[in-house]
Design a protein around this ligand. Sequence first.
Ligand code: ZN
Length: 146
Amino acid sequence: MFPQPVSRGRTLIGRLPKGSDLMAEINRLCHEENIRLGKVQAIGAVSKAMVGFFLQESREYFSLEFDYYLEIISLQGNISIKDGVPFTHAHIALMNNEGKMIGGHLIEGTEVFSCEYIINEYMPEEDKTFHRVLDEETGLFMWPLK
Ligand code: ZN
């Protein structure tokens, strides 16, 4: 049940290589470091971006592609378990060369130009609380309410 107290684990700080896929690289890091619950935040820039928007009626994501340079103003997300492995759910706010903001639900297809990240690991009292399951009401994979 929520909220659930968690204790702090490691804090990982680093940068991602130019040309890597932002979403895939964060997931790869979480697998490699076995982060089962955590918070991720990052800033930097991308060469192109791919974000999703969830259509609540049809219960599916459509994707938006921005094929130009953008600054990462804020990437915020959490890490938990989906299908038995670490899974990142992140949203990203990006700025174009006119200072205008765009953003969305981060999906694969966003190419890193530069990226500095901080990942905070947490330890829940009960690990299974943060295993994502299909929520019938929304069609999304979320943490179970009970
Ligand atoms: Zn989302």
